[in-house]
Design a protein around this ligand. Structure first.
Ligand SMILES: Cc1cc2nc3c(=O)[nH]c(=O)nc-3n(C[C@H](O)[C@H](O)[C@H](O)COP(=O)(O)OP(=O)(O)OC[C@H]3O[C@@H](n4cnc5c(N)ncnc54)[C@H](O)[C@@H]3O)c2cc1C
Length: 398
């Protein structure tokens, strides 16, 4: 086995796998390590992949592997509601105004195997999982990773893609700012009688938003956020009672509904690493930032990290610079500010919408109606949702 690489990535989640493919696409040799077997992961969530992130999946040959499993999001409807009282003052985004879908829904249990096979087929990437990592060492000369079986791997750069509890981040002494919401989200999938027509709905209730996300085959995924105790109560309901409560909240637009996947609950928090780099180390994905799922942007931020890092790596290779040297400062400057802004925006949206304070409720209903009538504001929000605002890394350009 080859022991010396340009980059070692620890964590083969959705972001680690994509980072491996993006950097390999720019010619770097990659070793990807995970403590668990990624082929055995079972994640009932579906991801809203922004149009720009999906463009990267096209460039990397992932989109072709997802054929038949991807549902374009053609419209978005945002409403402020209470149970049985969804406000008629809704905000409607029609993706025809953007010249294509704002994003694509794909189940994580489809996306992960597609990324995994692409990594296995790529001659620039080596995947080792599950492995036990005994030690990582970084100094001015390079990175050394020692496995429990005494295998020694070396590289110029180490990438931490090991999720929100990243041990690499902790070992590097990088602090995080963490704010736990008193909210959880329940995720499941249901079949429905009437077609969804590619429309994603976000309905804001006092305890948190309920997102209905269209999937292939007349199915929708839900992310229902609410106060932690309300979600615990919803999880304790039997399937019939849960379905009845869900049906009551979403109204009758999809006709009869029935669950077709188990329910999974997730605690919600906002977590931002103070910085994204240390000597020969960069953080990507949830290791660097974890946000509220209110706008479906957490994974998209990680995919953008992957694409930005790939550009920085390509630039260094082109001019013959050390991949783990000063150039990683460009990655920090590019991604840290962007991610903090998006994290703060989702936090603000959650605070503004997840309450039942009457003046705020009226203001936000009027606000939604106003944006709905003002085309430039609509276009602005749609570009943000499609991930097409700001300075785009090359792999995210259509
Ligand atoms: C309810 C919910 C809904 C969401 N919906 C969306 C959405 O619609 N769109 C969107 O963009 N985002 C969404 N997100 C966010 C998104 O799911 C995450 O941001 C994304 O999955 C993070 O991926 P990751 O690869 O960074 O981390 P992880 O998926 O946590 O992967 C980390 C990997 O590192 C490995 N690992 C950990 N520690 C070690 C170690 N010490 N050694 C070796 N390996 C290790 C793990 O085994 C794992 O494979 C949602 C989040 C939630 C909670």
């Amino acid at each position: 086995m080859k022991m010396d690489f340009d980059i070692i990535i620890i964590g083969a989640g959705l972001v680690g796998l994509t980072t491996a493919l993006a950097c390999a696409h720019k010619g770097a040799s990659i070793c990807l390590l995970d403590a668990a077997d990624p082929a055995k992961a079972d994640d009932g969530r579906a991801s809203a992949v922004a149009a720009s992130s999906y463009a990267m999946f096209e460039h990397l040959g992932i989109a072709a592997r997802l054929e038949g499993h991807v549902q374009p999001i053609t419209d978005m409807l945002i409403a402020d509601g209470a149970v049985g009282d969804v406000s008629p003052l809704t905000l409607h985004f029609d993706s025809a105004d953007l010249g294509g879908p704002t994003g694509y829904m794909v189940e994580n249990n489809q996306l992960k195997p597609a990324l995994l096979t692409a990594v296995r087929d790529n001659e620039n990437t080596t995947l080792q999982a599950p492995v036990h990592i005994s030690n990582t060492d970084r100094d001015a000369k390079g990175v050394t990773v020692t496995l429990k079986d005494k295998t020694v791997l070396t590289a110029s750069l180490l990438v931490a893609a090991d999720g929100r509890n990243s041990s690499l981040r902790r070992e590097a002494g990088i602090d995080v700012q963490r704010f736990g919401y008193d909210q959880k989200a329940v995720v499941t999938t249901f079949k429905h009688e009437l077609p969804h027509d590619g429309v994603a709905h976000q309905i804001f209730f006092a305890g948190g938003p309920l997102a209905l996300l269209p999937l292939t085959g007349q199915r929708c995924s839900i992310v229902w956020s609410d106060k932690a105790r309300a979600i615990e109560a919803a999880m304790a309901l039997d399937e019939m009672a849960f379905t009845a409560e869900l049906s009551r909240r979403i109204g009758g637009s999809l006709g009869e509904i029935s669950l077709c996947a188990p329910r999974q609950a997730f605690p919600l928090s906002l977590q931002m690493a103070d910085c994204y780099t240390d000597q020969r180390l960069v953080l990507v994905g949830d290791a660097a930032h974890a946000i509220h799922p209110i706008a479906g942007q957490g994974l998209n931020m990680g995919l953008r990290d992957a694409a930005a890092l790939a550009d920085v790596v390509a630039e260094s290779r082109f001019v013959g610079l050390d991949l783990g040297g000063a150039a990683i400062g460009d990655y920090e400057a590019w991604r840290n500010f962007d991610n903090k802004m998006l994290g703060m925006t989702t936090d603000m949206l959650n605070r503004l919408f997840s309450n039942n304070i009457a003046p705020l409720r009226h203001a936000r209903r009027l606000g939604l109606a106003a944006v709905n009538r003002f085309k430039p504001a609509q276009t602005f929000f749609m570009k943000e949702a499609a991930g097409e605002a700001g300075h785009l890394p090359s792999l995210l350009r259509r």
